[in-house]
Design a protein around this ligand. Structure first.
Ligand code: PXL
Length: 283
């Protein structure tokens, strides 16, 4: 058996609502990859669609956790950061990555902060600037269209896009500094929805589309990112790993739509985990 890879996932724990660490842990584990965690905050629920959530900030624990890992000689094959509750956490994540990074380390940053043209509660444009800088330190970034537009100082555009618009957005995002860019929420017209990816090293661009399911479900970005990272760490190339992530995320969304549980409780990724693990083992 090959040794298992180890990721450090740096996100919050939202107790209810299936996002961040409560999806990264099970999905990355199902990929046959160890998922170590650095929780950035503990909330009763995520901040989208619930009022009065609790928020326990864990900023002061982040550096000591990393220092303890370093002292114990613990190594990581990848870092995966997502929702970061404050500007100072962004700086700490940059430092933690530098403490552990080697030539083979894969750093994936999801600049979680906005969707549908709007910043999430608690965030300001300073957070956008900080996230753009953190994206510059990553190997792979996975913004949605709103995050992409904000980080590039462009106006957010809704609706369908042309290939030229997608390609120029991908190249501009790579200009922030990451060699591999995955843009989510891509829509060319009709009822399609998917992702586009760009590998700056090869210049290759791919569009990975599926049929859109009506409705917006919370936590899909984290489900997508976790499926993607699991596939990348199992040796699948960028375009194929994005295909895997789109397929399994869409399958989870379809099951959720059939359940009728509504958008804020997250998606039914649990029901596709066994197939995801088997697919990675049998390739
Ligand atoms: O899924 C992204 C996310 C993660 N964590 C928290 C959030 C959100 C999105 O709103 O509120 C706390």
């Amino acid at each position: 058996m090959k040794p298992m890879k180890r990721v450090a996932a740096i996100h919050d724990i939202s107790g209810v609502g299936k996002c961040s660490l409560t999806v990264a842990l099970p999905i990355i584990s199902a990929a046959g990859v160890e998922c170590a965690v650095m929780p950035t905050a503990v909330l009763s629920t995520h901040t989208g669609g619930f009022a009065g959530f609790t928020f326990r900030d864990l900023t002061d624990d982040m550096r000591p956790m990393a220092e303890h890992w370093k002292k114990e000689n613990i190594a990581f094959d990848a870092f995966y950061s997502g929702y970061l509750g404050s500007l100072s956490q962004i700086g700490i994540v940059e430092d933690v990555i530098e403490m552990f990074r080697g030539p083979e380390t894969l750093v994936m940053v999801d600049p979680v902060m906005a969707d549908n043209g709007k910043l999430y509660p608690l965030f300001t444009m300073d957070h956008v600037k900080g996230m753009a800088k953190l994206c510059g330190k990553a190997d792979v970034i996975i913004p949605n269209r709103t995050e992409a537009a904000f980080m590039l100082g462009q106006e957010y555009k809704e609706g369908s896009m042309t290939e030229e618009e997608v390609n120029s957005l991908l190249r501009a995002l790579a200009g922030l500094g990451a060699g591999q860019v995955v843009l989510t929420g891509v829509h060319f017209g009709g009822d399609d929805l998917g992702a586009a990816c760009y590998h700056a090293g090869t210049g290759q661009i791919n569009y990975i589309m599926d049929k859109r399911v009506e409705g917006m479900y919370h936590g899909t970005g984290d489900v997508f990112g976790s499926f993607l990272l699991g596939a990348l760490l199992r040796g699948i190339n960028l375009a194929q790993a994005v295909r895997v992530a789109v397929d399994f995320t869409c399958a989870a969304i379809q099951l959720t739509a059939a359940d009728g549980t509504g958008p804020r409780m997250g998606v039914r990724f649990e029901s596709v985990l066994a197939d995801y693990g088997k697919m990675l083992d049998n390739r």
